[in-house]
Every structure is written in C-alpha cells, then in structure tokens.
Design a protein around this ligand. Structure first.
Ligand code: NAD
Length: 485
C-alpha cells in the first residue's frame, strides 16, 4: 500500500511539511503497527491556512456556482475511481472492515452529488410589488472561510457532510482531521488537488488541541463544523460562539432500540447485531441499548446472544471478517472497565467479549461483541456512551415504559423500533425525543439529501449537516428591497 509518509499539510495548493515539534504515532488498531507520525501543527500553520483561504475567497465567491460545481463533478469521479484505495487506508488506520469503509465513502460521494445541485439549492426567493412599484427579494451569499474539526470514527465521510456544500456555496475551507486517523485525508486531498481547484480554496491542517484552539480563535475563520464527543462539542460550541463564529457541533450518543413482541424475530436480531457491532460499535448511530417489551423477552436475548457469539472478529482487511478492533488500547481498556462496572452493578453477562485471542493480531485492540442483560436503567451501562461493541438489554412491560426511559436520557441521536404495528410505529416516532428515528431499521442514517444530526446532548447548534441545512449553514441571507419608478 502506498501510504504517504510523512503526513503533510496542504496549504494554498502546496503540500507542506509541518514544523511541529510535537508528533503522535498513527497506529493500525488491528496490529499495533505504527503507520506514520502525525504533526500537531502549531498556530503559525493554521494562520497560513487561514490566510490562504482568505486570499482565495473573493475570486472563488465570484466564480459562478455552475462553474464551482464542475470541480465537484470531477471529485465525484475521482472518489469513485479511488474508492478501493481510500477504503484500504480507512481500514488500516481506523480498523473497520473494508466493506464498512467503502460504505462510508459511498455516503461521502452521495454528499458530493447533492452539493452538485447548488445552483438550484442556493436560490433565494422574491416577491414583486410588496408595495406599488417595489420588489423585495432574498439572495444567499457565502459566509467566508469555514473549517471542520473531525472525529476518528469516519475518517473519510464526516468531512463530506460539510466541505462539498461549503465550497459549492462559494466559501473557502480548512479541514482538521482527527489526529488518530490522518492518512485518509492525505489520500482525499490528493484527489482534491487533481480536480484543479484554485489555490487556497481547500486546505488541510493536521493537529490536535492547540491546532483546534487556533482555528476557533482565528478572526478570518467565520464558521465551524465540529463532530466528536459531547464534552468536546460543548466546549467548542461555547468557544467558537464566544469568538463570534457561526457554529454547529455534533456530539456523542446513546442509541436505544425497542423490540416489540410483534416484531419479525430474525430480521430484528440481524438488524440489531449490525447496528450494535458494526464498526465495532464506534458509530454515533450504533445501537447500545435494547428494550425488550413484553413477550419479546422470550426470543430476543437468546437470539442476539447467538448472533453476537457467531460474529467473525479480526483484521478488517481480511475478506471474511465482520468486525474489526476498536481504535486504541486506551479505548479498549475503557470499554473493558465499563463492562466490569456494569457487571459489578448487577448486569448479567450473556456474552463477554473481553480479552479475545485473535490469531495474527495479538497486539490489536480487540473486544468481541458483548451482550449484558438485567441492566439498571439508571446505571452507567444504560446512561453513558460506550462507543464499543457492547449491547445492554433492559426488559420493560410496555412501549410507553421504553419511550419514557429513552426520553429521560441525556442524548438524542437515534432510536429505533421493531414492530409490525403501524400504530406503535406512529406513537414511537411522534413521542421519542430523538433526532433520527428508525422503524424496522437498525442504523437510521439519513441519506445525503436529508439533514443529519441529533437532539439534546448529541447536538449543539441549530443547522445540521448535509443537504439544505448545510446550504443554510454555509450561506448568509441578504434581503434587498428595490424601487424603480
Ligand atoms: P473527540 O471529541 O475526542 O475528537 C474530535 C475532534 O476534536 C478531533 O479532531 C480532536 O483533535 C478534537 N479535540 C479533541 N479534544 C479536544 C479539545 N479538548 N480541544 C479542542 N479539540 C479537541 O471525538 P473522537 O473520539 O474522535 O470521536 C468519537 C466521538 O464522536 C463519539 O462520542 C461519537 O459519538 C462522536 N460522533 C458523533 C457523530 C454525530 O454525528 N453526532 C458522528 C461521529 C462521531
């Protein structure tokens, strides 16, 4: 595999070696092999990127939208041609299977496709004769220099909830990938380079906390999109807002499923397993809790236990593997600790996935699928984001009991219901205080042509990522009142 080392910044259409004195190892979570080292770019390098983006802005925003999207059409083709290579890189640095990595890039491409519709999406509105001879209309103009701060779990896709819309709307852009998975953006920026985008329109700055803080404080940067844990999302939302920026911050999650007695058993169990154990549970839309209602308790726990036990776990590069490792050793140890705390609090272990032996991956960060029942609805397992392949089961008598418990939680990213009753489905989607609802769906991820984000502690801001919310976020409305007698 042709991984680019060292990891470079891309500023003003030039690949630059960072002068950072601090670097971090980038490791393959399946093997523990060090793949590269990522620089924690200092303030000066963020300043360079912001200056490049700022200098590029005026000409780029005057470039007609129909011309701006031509670069995105090229990018779509390049992403499609290189999807296998990008997916391999995602798997190597993030651990998920190649099929999962390709799935994430498909969603990235879909966002590029939607953003290609900007000449229509960016249109304003008008009304003639608001008074005799006077017309009024609203036009949308770009915001300026914008930036994304991305998490580790989708090294390719998450930047695409924002970047294609931002540049199609006439903004210029800075990407700060997660320092845990910087290699994927190296590949993607090589493709952005091949589109021929003008100097400074897209920029890449690798780094950590100091790099982010400089972005948040920089006067030339007008808007921030963040995706990551709730604690960081809250802090970044407050700081970016205090510096007068437009900001949207997507945070963590604790996603429940409800299994009604009238659900299709095999389908429900398969969808639950894919949701809870796909991407090793490191998805903001991963199922983490399952409420068995009434008689579904008679079949669901045994069936999900069998399915969890059967999952093939290993290096995501191997074709037959269904689940890879978690991102770091610290992450694995934290998840093992949460499982232990749950057991000590009275949870019953149906499958304990801790400390597996994975041949050829002795130094990997593996936890097999884990299922715990008899979970205390107020305990740590039920309340905190685990971000690993752990499913907790809680038994309740009615759908109302389940909805009440879901609504008492702090997060609001996703909840799903399995049923064959339309009335139950309607009740659930009407009453659940959650941003993304699945009915007989295990991972309710909105397509790129719908907005995506959660509620409550899963989101801080107003406008979500993707689709028309992204267009609203990356444009400012200007209203013109005009009289010609
Ligand atoms: P994280 O919050 O640790 O890091 C996210 C980004 O913030 C990284 O680029 C990191 O460099 C930066 N960062 C971290 N701490 C910082 C600090 N103190 N100051 C400034 N910058 C900081 O998140 P992660 O571990 O990379 O990602 C996993 C989390 O992301 C999970 O909680 C998951 O639920 C969440 N997530 C949410 C969504 C969503 O749509 N809601 C999508 C994907 C992931």
């Amino acid at each position: 595999m042709n991984l680019q080392t060292p990891i470079l910044n891309y500023i003003n259409n030039t690949w630059q070696q960072s002068e950072a004195s601090d670097v971090l190892d980038v490791t393959n979570p399946a093997t523990g092999d060090v793949l590269s080292q990522v620089p924690l770019s200092p303030t000066e390098e963020v300043n360079q990127a912001a200056t490049a983006a700022s200098n590029a802005y005026d000409e780029w925003r005057r470039t007609p939208p129909v011309q701006r999207v031509q670069y995105l059409f090229k990018l779509k083709n390049l992403l499609e041609e290189n999807i296998d290579d990008i997916a391999q890189t995602i798997t190597m640095e993030c651990g998920k299977t190649v099929a999962e990595a390709k799935g994430e890039m498909q969603r990235a491409i879909e966002n590029v496709e939607v953003a290609c519709g900007i000449p229509t999406l960016m249109q304003g509105t008008n009304l003639e004769d608001i008074a005799t001879g006077i017309d009024e209309f609203m036009i949308r103009q770009p915001v300026g220099v914008c930036a994304v701060i991305a998490p580790f779990n989708f090294p390719g896709m998450i930047t695409f909830w924002f970047l294609p819309y931002a540049i199609a709307c006439g903004n210029t852009y800075i990407v700060k990938p997660s320092e845990k998975v910087p290699l994927t953006m190296q590949k993607i920026f090589q493709l952005l380079e091949q589109t021929g985008l003008p100097e400074g329109v897209v920029n890449l700055v690798n780094g950590g906390q100091e790099t982010v803080n400089t972005i948040l404080e920089h006067p030339e940067i007008r808007a921030i999109s963040f995706v990551g844990s709730t604690a960081t999302a809250k802090a970044i939302y407050a700081k970016a807002a205090a510096h007068g920026k437009r900001v949207q911050c997507q945070g963590g999650a604790k996603n429940p499923l409800i299994v009604l007695p009238d659900a299709d058993p095999q389908f429900t169990v398969n969808a639950t397993a894919d949701s809870a154990f796909g991407c090793a549970g490191q998805r903001c839309l991963a199922a983490s809790l399952a409420f068995t209602v009434g008689e579904s308790q008679n079949w669901f726990p045994k069936a999900i236990t069998d399915t969890a036990t059967d999952r093939i776990v290993g290096n995501g590069l191997d074709d037959n593997v269904q689940m890879g490792p978690v991102i770091t050793q610290e992450s694995r140890e934290r998840i093992e600790g949460v499982i232990q705390t749950g057991i000590e609090a009275g949870a019953r272990v149906l499958v304990d996935g801790r400390y597996p032996k994975i041949n050829g991956c002795e130094n990997g960060n593996f936890i097999r699928p884990t299922v715990l029942s008899n979970i205390d609805p107020q305990g740590e397992i039920a309340k905190t984001e685990i971000f690993g392949p752990v499913l907790g089961l809680i038994h309740v008598q009615t759908i109302d009991d389940a909805i009440n418990l879901i609504n008492s939680g702090n997060y609001g990213n996703m909840a799903c219901l399995f049923t064959s009753s339309g009335a139950s489905a309607r009740k659930f989607r009407y009453e659940a205080q959650i941003g993304n609802i699945g009915i007989n769906i295990g991972v309710a991820a909105p397509m790129a042509f719908f907005p995506f984000s959660g509620w409550k502690d899963s989101f801080f801001g107003d406008l979500h990522g993707q689709s028309w919310d992204a267009v609203d976020f990356f444009t400012q409305k200007k209203v013109v009142v005009e009289r010609w007698n």
